[in-house]
Design a protein around this ligand. Sequence first.
Ligand SMILES: [Zn+2]
Length: 62
Amino acid sequence: MVPPFRCSPGRTRRRRAHQAIKAEHTTLCPNCGAAKRSHTACSSCGYVRPGLQIKTGKGPSA
Ligand SMILES: [Zn+2]
């Protein structure tokens, strides 16, 4: 199979204009104030939601 038409450099760049990597969206942990990804456990203190906090090796509760 041979592609019938070759994409021009401008068309390739227009297509790849949507492929940039965006910065990771973070929220502040309500327990310790560190930046954490939403809907995940805090990486510094292990806080997930009220009533649930998992153990981490570096938190004060560990
Ligand atoms: Zn935290």
